[in-house]
Write a protein that binds this ligand. Structure first.
Ligand code: TRP
Length: 329
């Protein structure tokens, strides 16, 4: 039987090419090889202040993006976390097996709580416990994650081990499936990550061709090869070149760079056209899908139905080994 993959994505609107290359595109690549569940994690989205009036549309937006880039809902289970309440039940059980110290040590928690202006709520700290529940609820073997999630996955493994040694071996210990490709950096500041909140730093999946070309033209480079070391801006451009053009184009530009014959204006032109060509069909399919919200909702509900059956089965087992003998129904 194919091994099982689980991954989650936050329902933040306005996905950019960094998210696309770092996560979304990889999901599509996995769907033929693994038994995959992909979850839009709205319960995670509420760990920071959010707008209840926007979350539904954002979920549909993420679903449209994933389908537009090629995720096939017949092959994968694409669903919304809140349509399977077992995620929260299992989270509570796991919360009781997770040490406070390990949660406080999570760098993402430290970063997010440092940025948080008002109160810091317990949900933010428990974020990785919910993430663990997501994964083991479906007994997933593999979790495709970017390097920013490695620490969370390590903790997930630790919590899973603790469950297994305390109550019996019922869960596989999930392994990371490191998504390939380096992280895409901001176009206007290649020392920090591409971010949708900084104007000029990113290209969204919906970006119009003219705007794509302009942002690439303005991307930070460097004065030229310096002791064979590529500057961070040029490195980032080569990453985009590799992602959005054919391998022989990439090789040619690499050779030109090595021979000090590369013109950054040519490089930028080629990248700009490559991105435009790649994103245009995605933008069009996204628009078509977003015009059919009922279809998107149906896809997610069908996925939710499939996921829920498995989640209920797991919870039955969990309740049994944990000693809860009063049946749910
Ligand atoms: N925390 C992940 C992120 O921000 C999203 C996520 C939630 C996730 N649950 C998950 C990823 C389970 C992998 C597995 O990217």
């Amino acid at each position: 039987m194919a091994r099982r993959v689980f991954s989650g994505i936050q329902p933040t609107g306005n996905v950019h090419i960094g998210n696309y290359l770092g996560a979304i595109r990889n999901w599509v690549a996995l769907q033929d090889k693994y038994d995959s569940l992909f979850c839009i994690v709205d319960f995670h989205a509420i760990t920071l202040a959010y707008d209840p009036n926007q979350i539904y549309d954002r979920i549909l937006d993420v679903a449209a993006t994933n389908l537009a880039v090629g995720l096939n809902p017949e092959k994968v289970t694409l669903f919304v976390q809140s349509s399977v309440p077992e995620h929260t039940e299992l989270t509570w059980y796991l919360t009781c097996l997770t040490s406070l110290g390990s949660l406080e040590r999570m760098t993402q928690f430290k970063d997010k709580s440092a940025r948080q202006k008002g109160n810091i709520f317990a949900g933010l700290m428990n974020y990785p416990v919910l993430q663990t529940a997501d994964i083991i609820l479906y007994k997933a073997d593999l979790v495709p994650v970017g390097d920013d999630q490695i620490q969370h996955l390590e903790l997930a493994r630790e919590i899973t081990r603790r469950f297994n040694t305390t109550f019996g071996e019922i869960f596989p210990e999930p392994q990371p499936l490191l998504t390939s490709g380096a992280r895409v950096m901001a176009l206007n500041d290649p020392t920090s990550k591409m971010s949708k909140s900084i104007e000029g730093s990113c290209i969204s999946l919906d970006e119009k061709p003219e705007s794509i070309r302009k942002k690439i033209r303005r991307a930070v480079t460097d004065p030229g090869p310096q002791g064979g070391e590529m500057g961070p801006g040029v490195k980032n451009l080569f990453l985009l070149l590799e992602a959005f053009t054919e391998p022989d184009v990439y090789r040619q530009f690499k050779t030109d760079y090595a021979n000090e014959q590369l013109r950054y204006s040519d490089l930028k032109h080629t990248i700009g056209e490559g991105i435009v060509e790649h994103l245009t069909p995605i933008r069009e399919r996204r628009a078509e899908l977003l015009a059919k919200p009922d279809y998107l909702k149906d896809v997610l509900m069908a996925g939710g139905d499939r996921a829920r059956i498995e989640a209920q089965e797991t919870l039955k087992q969990v309740r049994e080994v944990m000693g809860f003998k009063f049946p749910v129904s």
